[in-house]
Ligand binder design. Structure first.
Ligand code: ZN
Length: 302
């Protein structure tokens, strides 16, 4: 008994002496995963995002500051599904950090926990398609966020076993608030069911699947290939037979192609935040979906 008490006192003394930097260092590839880690990890984690909402997550430079952050990260939280294939392998290699390499607990890919859409029957990156493993933009469906949250919460508990109970409690709390919010969003978005849209980039497949919307055309001839004049003209012609109510683009994208189509097809352009920070209202994951639905309803005139 005496030994147990002295052990306990020793542990408490250690805990008290531990500096604030004892928080688990997390590097997220995209803002949505940084926001989710923050929700689930609270003050036990210290998270930074490699990209912000106004950057194209397919194309990021492995800058020295990013490499430095990857060097001492204890957890890497990314989308996977091929989204970061242009830069993450270089970052991982340059980091020299064994803890975050594939197969290690410190390597978390959100895409591993959801069912992929738009999976091509034939992989052909040579044509410039940046979605060779299927659509990586899983964060546009809050049901995916819920699935990822369960796995991510467990991963935090695995990496930081001393705070297991804390992560469990925060995970349960998030799950409750998220489930309630999803019911609200689905009710609000009900008028969008059946809405046909044009997308600039194939970024919204999961959102459409969730809300019962459909993209009839994409302005990029292939995901990641800039719209060409001839392709835009084709889209304009096709819309005569198969009209759409709005053209949707992400906050990080140049809106000119969408605006070109909007003027000629006489449909609304709708800018969506795409991730946390994409618009002023999308300041966290809840705001991301509040604002996405508000903007879609406005675009559809509902
Ligand atoms: Zn994409």
């Amino acid at each position: 008994m005496k030994m147990q008490i002295s052990f306990l006192v020793g542990t408490l003394a250690l805990a008290a002496a531990a500096p604030a930097s004892a928080a688990i260092k997390v590097l997220a590839c995209e803002p949505e995963w940084a926001a989710l880690v923050q929700e689930l990890g609270g003050d036990k984690i210290d998270v930074v995002s490699a990209t912000n909402a106004l950057q194209d997550p397919h194309q990021v430079q492995a800058k020295p500051s990013l490499i430095a952050r990857a060097r001492n990260a204890e957890l890497l939280a990314c989308t996977g599904a091929g989204l970061e294939v242009g830069w993450l392998p270089i970052l991982l290699q340059q980091s020299g950090n064994p803890a975050i390499q594939p197969g290690k607990p410190g390597h978390f890919m959100a895409g591993d926990y959801v069912q992929k859409l738009d999976v091509p029957t034939r992989v052909d990156r040579a044509e410039g398609d940046v979605h060779p493993e299927g659509n990586p933009h899983i964060q546009t469906d809050p049901r995916n966020i819920a699935r990822v949250a369960v796995a991510l919460s467990q991963r935090l508990a695995q990496i930081d076993g001393a705070n297991q109970a804390y992560y469990k409690q925060r995970g349960d709390d998030f799950n409750k608030r998220w489930s309630d919010a999803m019911v609200r969003w689905q009710t609000q978005a009900a008028p969008l069911r059946g809405t046909a849209i044009v997308v600039q980039h194939k970024a919204w497949s999961y959102l459409e699947n969730w809300l019962g919307m459909q993209d009839v055309e994409a302005l990029e001839p292939k995901p990641g290939v800039e719209p060409t004049a001839s392709h835009l003209q084709e889209v304009l012609v096709k819309l005569k037979d198969r009209p759409a109510q709005m053209v949707v683009y992400a906050a990080y994208q140049d809106p000119r192609a969408s605006q070109w189509l909007s003027e000629r097809a006489h449909i609304e352009t709708v800018q969506l935040p795409f991730t946390v920070g994409g618009t002023p209202a999308a300041k966290d994951l809840f705001g991301l979906f509040d604002d996405t639905i508000a903007r879609l309803l406005k675009g559809a005139g509902k």
